[in-house]
Design a protein around this ligand. Structure first.
Ligand code: SDX
Length: 393
């Protein structure tokens, strides 16, 4: 049925589900949100409008957009007692560890939106998650550096608000640069949804049991953290730093080909894309803009990224394996140039992907004949046998 893992009785689960939200053509390198090309949305839309589109299926009218933003703004703050969770963590806790915990803890505060059978609960919990996750994400950073939490300012967009909650100080009137706000908004749009990736499938499976949406989204955050998935942006920047100089790129390319070496080129390859990830192309252009604005066009990390991409795309192994840069390859370069610490990269990915997770959860839960997901297996273990007493083994 739509939205669930379907399987033919007696066969291994196809793991496939139906959805109207996002379409990917891996061979063409095509990505559509509700039919709209990601390139056009990244260039012409904004994160709030994309959130509305993913959730509701159509681009909003001016009035619909304003109402949607007003509803989000009602929920950007978090319960004051949630501040206490942060104090339980060490200051050097990975922000993703805090995100998993605090987002899951939302289910302990919003009892009036936990009943997934109540359409009003479903709608308000979707808005609460879209509105509160950016605030919690910024709080994770502020806590890690010992700075006071900054309250959301509802005169700002989600992207501007996030940067403001990350970097503004009570001691000065710093405000985010509009070009950086646009770059962050574009990063949010590019990461918002991506069909049935590992973390979205996790959210669907968790939600299919009837677990409340806050817990389901927390399970998605946990899955996204892995370096093979959303953690790749952090791993990619660490890899570029480890390479350190363009002269060492061939060494790492050879390691990536060596089956006996667990090293993989972070930010390269994709289960679905066997062509350029369209998000990587937009991200590369955005990186040029941001680095030029910040006067960092000679950024050594960016130079290594550009040269690594060039060499890898000409390498017969990568050509044969159809390995191309993915969304995580350039995002870290931009975030690093913007002064975002590396351990916050996946938090930003989770912030943006919350919109997709919520939309996919909402689509699934809204099905009138929804069923619990139940992936099947191909059993390859022992055939039936009798128990053997310990003294006879
Ligand atoms: C995301 O699913 C999504 O949509 C995810 C995502 C989203 O928006 O939600 O797009 C976000 O997770 C992007 C991917 C981020 N991860 C990385 O950049 C980590 C590095 N990439 C690899 O770990 C890998 O490419 C994966 C995990 C992304 C995909 O792994 P697969 O499915 O095993 O890749 P594949 O089947 O296409 O691999 C084909 C071959 C394999 O070798 P053989 O078994 O054929 O000999 O290419 C090899 C792989 O070992 N390979 C790589 C490689 N990626 C695949 N070799 C070196 N470096 C790499 N990066």
């Amino acid at each position: 049925k739509a939205g669930y893992f379907t399987y033919d009785p007696g066969y291994v689960s196809t793991g496939a589900c139906e959805s109207k939200i996002t379409f990917i053509d891996g061979e063409k390198g095509q990505l559509l949100y509700r039919g709209y090309p990601i390139e056009q949305l990244a260039e012409q839309s904004n994160f709030e409008e994309v959130a509305y589109l993913l959730l509701n299926g159509e681009l909003p009218s001016k009035e619909e957009f304003e109402n949607f933003v007003a509803k989000i703004n009602n929920h950007t703050m978090v319960h004051q007692q949630m501040m206490n969770f942060f104090n339980g963590f060490r200051r050097d806790a990975h922000p993703m560890a805090i995100m998993v915990s605090v987002v899951g803890a939302l289910s302990a505060f919003y009892h009036d939106s936990l009943d997934i059978n109540n359409p009003e609960h479903r709608d308000i919990s979707a808005l609460r998650l879209i509105a509160k996750v950016p605030t919690i994400a910024a709080m994770c950073y502020r806590y890690s550096v010992g700075h006071p939490f900054v309250y959301p300012d509802n005169d700002m967009s989600l992207a501007e608000n996030f940067l403001n909650m990350m970097f503004s100080m009570p001691t000065n009137d710093w405000k985010p640069d509009p070009v950086l706000v646009k770059a962050m908004d574009r990063i949010f749009i590019l990461h918002a949804d991506h069909e049935q990736n590992a973390s979205t499938s996790t959210v669907r499976l968790a939600g299919s049991s009837g677990a409340n949406p806050f817990a389901a989204i927390a399970s998605g955050i946990a899955c996204l953290w892995g370096p093979a998935h959303g953690g790749a942006n952090e791993a990619c920047l660490n890899m570029l730093r480890e390479i350190g100089d363009v002269s060492r790129i061939p060494e790492f390319i050879e390691r990536a080909k060596d089956k006996n070496d667990p090293f993989r080129l972070m930010g390269f390859g994709h289960r679905v894309y066997k062509n350029f990830d369209p998000r990587a192309k937009v991200m590369r252009e955005s990186a040029h803009e941001v680095l030029d604005l910040l006067g960092k066009h000679d950024d050594p990390i960016f130079k290594i990224a550009l040269e690594l991409e060039k060499i890898a795309l000409e390498d017969p192994y990568f050509i044969e394996k159809k390995l191309y840069p993915n969304v995580d390859f350039y995002s870290g370069v931009i975030l690093d140039a913007m002064g975002i610490p590396t351990n916050m990269f996946t938090v930003i990915f989770a912030l943006a992907r919350t919109v997709g997770w919520v939309s996919q959860w909402h689509e699934m839960i809204g099905e009138d004949d929804r069923r619990i997901g139940r992936p099947r297996q191909l059993y390859t273990g022992a055939t039936e046998r009798d128990y053997v007493d310990l003294n006879k083994r």
